[in-house]
Design a protein around this ligand. Structure first.
Ligand code: PA5
Length: 434
């Protein structure tokens, strides 16, 4: 189970205030579980975890095995909820440099269609020129501009390389089961497709083919991940303050009410950065509405202590932090002894890097708490495929409960839709003249 430690928030909020929230938290959890709240047509994510592979998961595993054997590179096209989840899990499990040394048999995984940068696009197409590659196009609506532009270009590249028929076997579409331009295109062109269930929103879709296909191609055991998510679904249904979901959801709302309007979600693992990005979208898009919401920020420690550290320690006191911890890996690194000791580091000789990391964590925690920044610690234990599945479901549940406590609909994103519509209008898309 993920352990949430709230012992470092008591300088800012009081235990009786937390206990007084019991009814509120219980009711938010029940609203979510019973499907009686706002946005209840988007609760399908609660039914995604499974113990045994479904027919669709088996098909995903088959497609992934083919891609692994015939591609040097797999390009995942998508943006927002149709991209952050798989990238978060791959980087957390395999590190930010996961593509180094990979090729056919264990392909590199790159992401495209998550922006409009010409430089990034040119770099990717240059890289693909002399490589065997396949693509997955992920878009629930099937009409988002960024992935649509990347799709058109990469699909043509594939057709030039392998011919129309050859390209067909290298294009996978993940989209709505019935509607949208991507569904129509995939049907017409004969591409293999996987479904994003209509009752699962983008930011809650990582346990659908959106996450599962790219992760399986990257070599992640997706059934271990699903089992981790199922563990979470079963364990975190507990209706009491012993439930870490309750602790996290209640404390962050109490902190918000006491003026802490910004949360920094951080870890001492560089591979965590994109996971922080996934969390940022999950909580930001779910809670940031009706003039309310905690602003979600992510940071990488210790690197960002050398950039954000000053602000956290002594800037405006409107911040709280959530530090995510993992067990040390089995393979350790021991700091060596240097007879000259010109760097003065011999006092650490014989100590492991993890020992130093642990002290950095404790030192940072004490300094920030002293500086008036409440810190929640989330201890996730051993980092594994199964654990990442548990973390995804756990945080989705926390988000739903937290947003209902805040009093907003966690499952819509009217602000994102507005930007998309404005862009269509400015680009002159037919139908968006006004
Ligand atoms: O969470 C969301 O709904 C958004 O971030 C979408 O996932 C994102 O805008 C991409 O949309 P689509 O999958 O329709 O292309």
């Amino acid at each position: 189970m993920i352990k949430v430690d709230i012992s470092n928030v008591w300088g800012q909020i009081a235990l009786p205030d937390l206990l007084a929230m019991e009814q509120e938290v219980a009711s938010a959890h029940a609203t979510l579980a019973d499907g009686t709240g706002a946005g209840n047509d988007f609760l399908g994510w609660q039914n995604l975890p499974v113990r045994e592979a479904t027919e669709e998961i088996t098909r995903i595993q088959r497609a992934a095995a083919k891609i692994r054997s015939d591609s040097d590179v797999f390009v995942v096209i998508g943006i927002g909820g149709s991209y952050l989840g798989p990238r978060a899990a791959i980087e957390l499990l395999q590190g930010p440099n996961h593509n180094i040394g990979k090729g056919k048999g264990n392909p590199q995984v790159f992401f495209a269609g998550n922006g409009l940068s010409t430089r990034h696009f040119n770099e990717l197409t240059r890289l693909l020129e002399d490589k065997d590659f396949s693509i997955a196009i992920i878009s629930k609506s099937g009409t988002t501009t960024e992935p649509a532009i990347a799709t058109r270009a990469l699909r043509w590249m594939l057709e030039r390389k392998y011919g129309t028929d050859g390209a067909k076997g290298r294009i996978y579409a993940i989209t709505d089961p019935c509607k949208g331009a991507l569904r129509q295109m995939a049907t017409e062109e004969g591409w293999e497709t996987f479904v994003i269930p209509p009752n699962v929103g983008g930011r809650f879709s990582v346990l659908t083919p959106v996450g599962l296909l790219p992760l399986a191609v990257a070599g992640v055991n997706i059934m271990d991940m699903m089992n981790g998510a199922m563990d979470a679904k079963e364990s975190y249904d507990l209706r009491s303050f012993e439930n870490p979901v309750w602790q996290y959801a209640a404390v962050r709302n109490l902190l918000y009410r006491s003026g802490k309007a910004m949360e920094i979600f951080e870890s001492f693992e560089p591979g965590f950065k994109m996971f922080g990005g996934w969390w940022q979208q999950l909580f930001g898009e779910s809670e940031g509405k009706d003039g309310k919401g905690i602003f979600p920020v992510t940071a990488e420690l210790t690197a960002d202590l050398h950039s954000l550290g000053q602000m956290i320690q002594q800037g405006e006191r409107n911040i709280f932090e959530t530090m995510v911890r993992f067990d040390a890996p089995a393979q350790t690194y021991t700091i060596g002894s240097d007879w000259k000791n010109l760097d003065g580091l011999n006092y650490l000789a014989g100590k492991t890097l993890d020992f130093v990391d642990e002290k950095a964590y404790l030192g940072t925690l004490a300094a920030h708490v002293d500086g008036g920044v409440p810190v929640i610690t989330m201890d996730c234990g051993e980092l594994s495929d199964r654990k990442v599945g548990e973390m995804f479901y756990f945080l989705e549940l926390c988000c739903g409960v937290s947003a209902y406590i805040l009093g907003v609909n966690p499952f819509n994103q009217p602000g994102v839709e507005l930007y998309k519509r404005n862009m269509f209008h400015l680009l002159g898309k037919p139908g968006y003249e006004n």
